[in-house]
Design a binder for this molecule. Structure first.
Ligand code: 9WN
Length: 467
């Protein structure tokens, strides 16, 4: 999966710059390290986030097999009894005023019979399942026999937990058997204020909410970089409804105003199921497990195929309540690049959109990196979070997927442009697509993690440089 020529750093000049960048990435992860898990960002996100931790484990696997494995094992210690992996595990030591909504806001979710023991408290939402991909990457990154033995032991420990997580998503989150995962909240998509959710969110009628603090705004220069107050009211109201349903999937499904088949989440699950199938082979899991996993992946591919929109040349999410696809042009529309297995014809059509002015081919872009929302979309906003900025972590997902699809040239361009962007602007959470200005949180852990994975430099040299 990893191109061998990427292992060879080409010239002495790039070598020096890349070692320096990797050393800085390692330093960021070290500064955000809480011992057995990593803060998503130093101040804005002082807790453990689910999909952040998976990307962090991918980066850590380049430095330290054991620590990378620990990152995922810590997260899975807080897995719910029904298999759900919570989107946040709250750090009991973080000051209460550091993040809103914090642990106290979610504490009553612990009353659910499925919730794990607390404290620490967890949220009752989940996020895209990058974890099996990360777990397998820990084995793939192992540099010698000792690391491989350690990684294999880790895979044996985490396999049943990953299996339970994927089973939860394939059942409770897909009662229709469509192959597509239903999310209950924009936070579950990981692309919180994406225009993908605008229409559905506009129909959420917010009831009585007590005043609450927007702590996130204290960590950015410009409030336009974060979701609006109206977005937050709806986010909190949806959480209230989910807690009101005792976090029970069946009850939520009956009455919840936000039920979305998320193509990005579902495509990541396909790639994660493929990784899980490989892990099942490594750990010698029974045949019936493997058949189930392969069946989930197959069904999801079919479900995703039905989301193709020939007009927009993108894949579209689907609103379960109104029974209609959501016509918005965002990075999620490329999701089946991640699940793979597309026909050459479909892949070609999708890449036409990818290369067009609606995405990486837009002449105004600072670098040819896909903006989170298409500049051609009327709700595009270049500074607002998931409504336009470029996210390094999305660059990693697309780079990885293009490599898998055999499109190495495009993949290399994304890798190089992403590294240049970070070398110029730092390890920001996201970037203004036309100027390259770093936005959101500085020193974001997953931005550092993907840089480490991209550079693949000798860990000993990174450590020496960072010391
Ligand atoms: C809510 C931590 C998380 C990411 C999400 C990103 C953002 C949280 C927030 O930060 O969401 O979960 O408070 O805005 O949207 O993808 O996991 O980095």
């Amino acid at each position: 999966m990893i191109p061998t020529d990427d292992r060879v750093l080409r010239t002495e000049t790039t070598l020096g710059a890349e070692v320096h960048l990797a050393a800085r990435a390692a330093e960021i992860l070290r500064n955000n390290d809480m011992g057995a898990w990593t803060k998503a960002a130093p101040d804005l996100y002082p807790h453990q986030w689910s999909w952040d931790s998976a990307f962090i484990a991918i980066g850590l696997s380049r430095l330290d097999t054991r620590r990378a494995a620990r990152e995922l094992l810590t997260l899975f210690e807080h897995q719910w009894k029904n298999g759900k992996v919570p989107h946040i595990v709250f750090n009991p030591e973080a000051p209460p005023e550091s993040y809103f909504p914090g642990a106290e806001h979610w504490a009553c979710a612990a009353a659910s019979p499925d919730a794990p023991n607390s404290p620490p408290y967890t949220s009752c939402l989940c996020q895209p399942p990058v974890h099996a991909i990360a777990a397998l990457r820990i084995l793939e990154s192992a540099a010698d026999e000792g690391e491989r033995a350690e990684a294999s032991a880790f895979l044996r420990e985490i396999y049943p937990k990953l299996f339970g997580w994927h089973r939860y998503l394939a059942t409770a989150r897909d009662p229709e058997g469509s192959g597509l995962v239903t999310i209950y909240h924009p936070w579950e998509s990981g692309t919180d204020n994406s225009p993908r959710w605008d229409e559905a969110m506009a129909t959420v009628e917010v009831g009585d909410l007590s005043p609450y603090p927007r702590r996130d705004l204290g960590h950015v220069d410009d409030p336009a970089e974060r979701p609006t107050d109206a977005d937050y009211d709806r986010y909190l109201w949806l959480v209230r409804l989910i807690k009101g349903a005792a976090c029970d999937d069946g009850a939520i499904y009956k009455s919840h105003p936000f039920l979305m088949k998320d193509v990005l989440f579902s495509a990541i699950l396909v790639a994660a199921n493929e990784a899980l199938l490989e892990i099942a082979r490594v750990v010698g899991a029974p045949d019936w497990d493997r058949e189930l996993i392969a069946g989930w992946a197959r069904r999801s591919r079919e479900g995703l195929d039905a989301c193709w929109d020939a007009d927009l040349r993108l894949y579209l999410d689907y609103d379960v309540r109104i029974g209609r696809p959501i016509r918005s042009r965002t990075i999620a529309g490329f999701a089946p690049l991640i699940s793979g297995g597309l026909t050459e014809e479909r892949l070609g059509e999708l890449l036409l959109t990818f290369d067009s002015p609606d995405s990486t081919g837009n002449a105004m872009l600072r670098r040819p990196l896909p903006p989170s929302t298409s500049p051609g979309e009327k709700r595009f906003h270049p500074r607002s979070y998931w409504r336009g900025p470029v996210w390094p972590v999305m660059g990693w997902l697309l780079w990885w997927s293009l490599e898998r699809a055999g499109k190495s040239e495009r993949a290399s361009k994304i890798r190089q442009a992403s590294l240049d962007q970070i070398a110029e602007g730092g390890f920001a959470e996201y970037f203004e697509p036309f100027t390259g200005e770093p936005l959101g949180s500085p020193d974001q852990s997953w931005s550092a993690a993907v840089v480490l994975d991209w550079l693949l430099v000798d860990p000993a040299r990174v450590e020496a440089q960072a010391a």
